[in-house]
Design a binder for this molecule. Structure first.
Ligand code: SF4
Ligand code: SF4
Ligand code: SF4
Length: 259
């Protein structure tokens, strides 16, 4: 039997939803454990081992000096580093902070923010991992669908690049034979500019895609923003659509900025 890949699953600034998705591989876990040795995964196991690792999944964006230090250390101990989820790839929901004063955002959530230690050490800007280190694999999604986690694990075992889609959600939506809610109901769906991988979950249950996989390859954000305006979406709502998950990417920055 070939040696199993040594993997780590690590959390930065995020909600832990990506790690939860990893744990949703319940039925597949016996197969997963045949090909990988989970050395570090604090959410899932009691005994955790320091690297080096073959494959490190890093969930969350970087928002503090402590996280930056940890990330650089992880990079030096990892053969392959995976930006695990939209926070790690594009900043995701935490990056909304980049457009408002930290105290305003904090007071929306915490009545007494003084008790939150991270306030003192927080960076003003929330950044994806590749702002600081080289990322080998971008695993998009908030959270990434568990099938894409399997794809990354399988391909790493074979020593090949994973097949992670960059065509738009619309392709998956059409394959499911959904009626287009943007064209026929004039509802603001982000599917035309969002990378596929989720199986068009939201439009399939009659909800707009919110763009949680981040930009597809060659996304035409300007055209979709114009379409949103034509169907009557106010300008600040258009801004929020593009800001919510990947506003700091070059593909969405102009539409997310609105200044
Ligand atoms: S990408 Fe989404 S699910 Fe994953 S940590 Fe960030 S907010 Fe949570
Ligand atoms: S409903 Fe959304 S994802 Fe589906 S085809 Fe229309 S725009 Fe694309
Ligand atoms: S349809 Fe859009 S918002 Fe929904 S899971 Fe897929 S990428 Fe995310």
């Amino acid at each position: 039997m070939t040696e199993r890949l040594k993997i780590a699953v690590v959390k930065m600034t995020g909600c832990a939803g990506c790690q939860m998705e990893f744990l949703r591989l319940e039925e597949e876990m016996p197969f997963v454990l045949e090909i990988v040795d989970i050395r570090y995964f604090v959410m899932a196991k009691r005994e955790n081992l320091e690297g080096p690792y073959d494959l490190t999944f890093v969930e969350g964006s970087v928002s503090t000096p402590r996280e930056l230090e940890e990330l650089k250390e992880l990079r030096s101990r990892s053969k392959t580093l995976v930006a695990f989820g939209d926070c790690a790839c594009h900043g995701c929901v935490p990056s909304i902070l980049n457009w408002m004063p930290p105290d305003v955002a904090a007071n929306m959530v915490y009545p007494n923010f003084e008790a939150i230690h991270s306030k003192k050490e927080s960076y003003r800007k929330i950044c994806p991992l590749d702002e600081f280190v080289t990322v080998d694999i971008y695993q998009r999604g908030c959270p990434p669908h568990k099938n894409t986690i399997l794809e990354v694990l399988r391909s790493a075992t074979l020593g090949i690049a994973p097949f992670l889609r960059r065509h738009p959600v619309c392709v998956e939506c059409k394959l499911r034979e959904n009626v287009c809610i943007l064209t026929f109901e004039k509802r603001p769906c982000m599917g035309p500019v969002t990378a596929a991988g989720c199986g068009a979950i939201c439009p399939t249950v009659n909800r707009e895609c919110e763009g949680c996989y981040g930009p597809m390859s060659d996304a035409n954000a300007q055209s979709l923003a114009q379409k949103f305006s034509e169907i009557g979406l106010p300008k600040d709502h258009v801004t929020r659509k593009f800001r919510k998950y990947a506003g700091i990417t070059s593909a969405f920055a102009k539409e997310a900025d609105n200044r």
